[in-house]
Design a protein around this ligand. Structure first.
Ligand code: MLT
Length: 261
């Protein structure tokens, strides 16, 4: 497996509980700005990478699947001297978090699964991703940004936020967007592993998330022993940016409880 070095930020005391924030598609580390600041203020060590092919991260030369995305993150943790971390994943970042839990459960101190889901794509969804990948190859990333923006944020979100998210999506390299589409389409079904997850788990989902709706987040929560489940009001898919205070509060409260155990 060919792995790449991920550009990342790393803030906070070396001996504090470490939380790694994994972004979604087609986004990069910037989606976590509010969480990075809040977690840093709360005294945690916070590592925020760009996943391969996103933001400033190299894509690697070979075909990419969830194994490679997860392997890159584990390599980053090795290099940062972190044996065990809380892994927080938003949407595609959640798919990567599941893969980390599959490859290296002993490295996972906790799982925060935010607007994500355990099930694999249907055949139809997989075919749709392949068709979108072809369009991105031919026409660039605008088509994905246009399709995703109304799902990311509620219609009432401030224009400033809509513009920020759209600009982040448009700045993603086309080849990284194509690779992510194909990797998401071929990701394994993580439902069979849910009952075996032993790490404390927090599940957060936007009330109006049309991509990974509360229904599927709730069934994921009931399948993971002891998982905590919270619906965030007034958010679509991109709850960490649309409702940062609610997400920060839920994360910090949960992390403090973990730390106390
Ligand atoms: C994401 O937000 O990461 C993606 O929309 C997830 C997906 O398309 O399955």
């Amino acid at each position: 497996m060919e792995l790449v070095d991920l550009p990342h930020s790393d803030h906070g005391p070396r001996n504090a509980t470490t939380i790694v924030l994994l972004h979604g598609f087609p986004l990069d580390h910037r989606m976590w700005r509010a969480q990075r600041e809040a977690l840093d203020r709360a005294g945690f060590r916070v590592i925020v990478p760009d996943l391969r092919g996103a933001g400033k991260a190299p894509l690697g030369r070979n075909a990419t699947g969830m194994r490679e995305y997860a392997g890159d993150v584990l390599r980053l943790l090795d290099r940062a001297g972190v044996r065990k971390a809380v892994i927080a994943g938003f949407s595609m970042g959640g798919y990567v978090a599941f893969e980390i839990a599959r490859q290296a459960p002993e490295r996972v101190a906790g799982l925060a699964l935010i607007d994500t889901r355990a099930e694999a794509d249907s055949d139809e969804a997989r075919a749709g991703r392949a068709a979108t990948a072809d369009k991105v190859r031919a026409q660039g990333v605008t088509i994905v940004a246009d399709a995703m923006l109304p799902k990311m944020l509620t219609s009432g979100a401030p224009d400033r936020l809509k513009e920020e998210v759209r600009a982040m999506m448009l700045s993603q390299p086309a080849e990284g967007v194509v690779a992510a589409l194909l990797a998401m389409g071929s990701r394994p079904d993580s439902q069979p592993m849910l009952a075996s997850i032993r790490a404390p788990t927090l599940i957060l989902v936007g009330q109006d998330d049309p991509v990974t709706p509360p229904g599927s987040a709730k069934s994921m929560a009931s399948a993971i022993p002891g998982a905590r489940y919270q619906v965030v009001q007034g958010a679509a898919h991109l709850a960490p940016m649309e409702r940062p205070d609610e997400i920060n509060e839920a994360l910090v409260r949960w992390l403090k409880e973990l730390h106390a155990v």
